[in-house]
Design a protein around this ligand. Structure first.
Ligand code: DX5
Ligand code: ZN
Length: 216
C-alpha cells in the first residue's frame, strides 16, 4: 500500500446531489468516501440515514465509511451494512459493549471502526484492538464541518498506532477526522495516520482533485 489514503467528507457538499458529488470525488482521486451520520442527539445536527448511504454507495466503487455520530449505533448496523457501506465507525463514548458492537459490524459483513472524541482516552480501545479495522481519531469535537483542527492531539495518533500494534490490532488503520488541511496533513502522516478525512478543505475548493493532491 503506497502512501496516505484520502477520505473526503461529503458533509459540506450540495445535500441534494450527494451521490453525484461522491462520484466526482472518486474521479478526483479520493480513496474512500466519509459519510457523516448525525442523529441530533449525540451531536446537535441531524444529517442522513441509510437510504442516502445506499445512494452514495451505489454511485462509487471506492469504499464508503459511515461515521455514526449517533447515540444508539447498534440499532443501525444492519441498515448501513445493507446499504453497502464498507466501514461502519461507531463512537466509543456511546458503546458500553464496544467489543460486542464491533463484532456485530464484522458479522454484518463490514469492517469495524471506533471513533474517539478529543477528550476521550485511547484506553477505550486498548482491549478490543483485535476487533478493530479502523480507529478514527477526532481532531475536532464532532457535530460540524469547518472547525479548527486541534494539533495538540497529534501525539494521540502516534499513541493509537503503538497501542494497536501492541495489542493485536496491527491490521487496523489509523484515521484522523476534523479540520484536516494542507497545513497539518504532513504532520499527521508523520504521526502515523493511514487515512486523512477532510471535508471543507476539499469540498469548498474549486479544484477538489488539486486539494486531494495537496493533502498527500
Ligand atoms: C465532524 C465530522 C467531520 C467533519 C470533517 O463532526 O465528523 O467528518 O465534518 O469536515 P472538516 O474537514 O471541515 O472538519
Ligand atoms: Zn466524520
Amino acid at each position: 500500500m503506497g502512501g496516505v489514503m484520502i477520505a473526503p467528507s461529503i458533509l459540506g457538499c450540495d445535500q441534494g446531489r450527494l451521490a453525484v458529488e461522491s462520484r466526482r470525488l472518486q474521479e478526483s482521486g479520493a480513496d474512500m468516501i466519509h459519510l457523516d451520520v448525525m442523529d441530533g442527539v449525540f451531536v446537535p445536527v441531524l444529517t442522513v440515514g441509510s437510504g442516502v448511504a445506499g445512494a452514495v454507495c451505489d454511485a462509487v466503487e471506492i469504499p464508503v465509511d459511515a461515521h455514526l455520530m449517533v447515540s444508539r449505533p447498534a440499532a443501525l448496523i444492519d441498515d448501513f451494512a445493507g446499504a453497502g457501506c464498507r466501514y461502519i465507525t461507531v463512537h466509543v463514548e456511546v458503546a458500553p459493549h464496544l467489543d460486542r458492537l464491533l463484532r456485530k459490524i464484522r458479522a454484518a459483513g463490514c469492517l469495524a471502526g471506533a471513533a474517539v472524541n478529543p477528550a476521550t482516552p485511547l484506553d477505550f480501545i486498548r482491549w478490543t484492538a483485535p476487533a478493530l479495522d479502523l480507529v478514527l481519531i477526532m481532531t475536532v469535537n464532532p457535530g460540524y464541518g469547518g472547525q479548527e483542527h486541534m494539533s495538540h492531539l497529534h501525539p494521540k495518533v502516534t499513541m493509537a498506532r503503538e497501542l494497536l500494534d501492541a495489542h493485536g490490532g496491527g491490521g487496523a488503520l489509523v484515521a484522523v477526522d476534523g479540520g484536516v488541511n494542507d497545513t497539518n496533513s504532513g504532520d499527521l502522516v508523520r504521526a502515523g495516520a493511514d487515512v486523512l478525512v477532510s471535508g471543507s478543505f476539499i469540498t469548498a475548493s474549486d479544484d477538489p482533485a488539486g486539494a486531494i493532491r495537496e493533502l498527500r
